[in-house]
Design a protein around this ligand. Structure first.
Ligand code: ZN
Length: 230
């Protein structure tokens, strides 16, 4: 499968290839199905992809969803399968709000250090948990720690997954302070950036405090928000 970036425009989801050589971003969006609402806004050509990893988390994910809703921003959540089974209702809420739910392994395992069987279990168990929660199976796989090697790539491909990492690391997980998180994102962002943040895996108070300023600034600079599907 090929990774695509989608923009949610009203109820219409328009998908375009990230690789301009495969499908130029200047190409017109595909026609909307007859039952869909009319497209009201232009497909954003200046955009970022917001990604949140390691959830869902009962304390932090709802707060992040509320902030995203306030700023009308869509994001992609790379979820840990064992967390999905604890809070399938949160995965459902994320999906129903128009965000993308994708695979981040079952236990946040480093995929470079697994047997073929363990690799498959990490990925397919998470697929099944997400499928049970939202009714569709993720095509994107984000390897924990960004850990990739030729074996990881080959095994992911064999399972039909596209590996997706990031281009801007907020390093929010190091808890450097709200200002540092905001500045790290805003200094490094450009159109097409895939921004890494976290809604689970630890105390995300600083991420939540930083997010409104990040979203406000990105919108003021003219960025739209696209989500990932694969
Ligand atoms: Zn992670």
């Amino acid at each position: 499968m090929m990774m695509v970036v989608s923009a949610v425009i009203g109820t219409v989801v328009v998908a375009a290839a990230r690789n301009p050589s495969q499908q130029p971003q200047s190409a017109p969006p595909p026609p909307a199905p007859p039952s869909a609402a009319p497209v009201k806004a232009a497909f954003p050509t200046k955009y970022v992809v917001l990604t949140f990893d390691d959830g869902p988390d009962a304390a932090y994910t709802p707060k992040i969803l509320d902030i995203l809703a306030t700023y009308e921003a869509k994001a992609t959540f790379f979820e840990v399968g064992k967390n999905v089974t604890k809070h399938p209702e949160l995965s459902k809420r994320i999906h129903d709000a128009g965000h993308s739910v994708q695979n981040h392994t079952w236990t946040h395992a480093d995929l470079r250090h697994l047997s073929a069987t363990a690799f498959r279990q990490q990925v397919t168990s998470t697929d099944q948990a997400i499928q049970a929660a939202i009714g569709s199976t993720p095509g994107c796989l984000r390897p924990p720690y960004g850990g990739m090697d030729p074996t990881v790539r080959q095994r992911a491909k064999a399972l039909g997954k596209d590996l997706v990492v990031w281009t801007v690391d907020s390093r929010d997980w190091t808890k450097p302070g709200t200002t540092a998180i905001v500045q790290r994102v805003l200094k490094n962002v450009h159109s097409g950036s895939v921004i890494l943040m976290h809604d689970g895996g630890g105390n995300r108070t600083q991420t939540i405090a930083a997010l409104p300023t990040i979203l406000k600034s990105l919108k003021a600079k003219g960025y739209g928000f696209r989500t990932l599907t694969c």
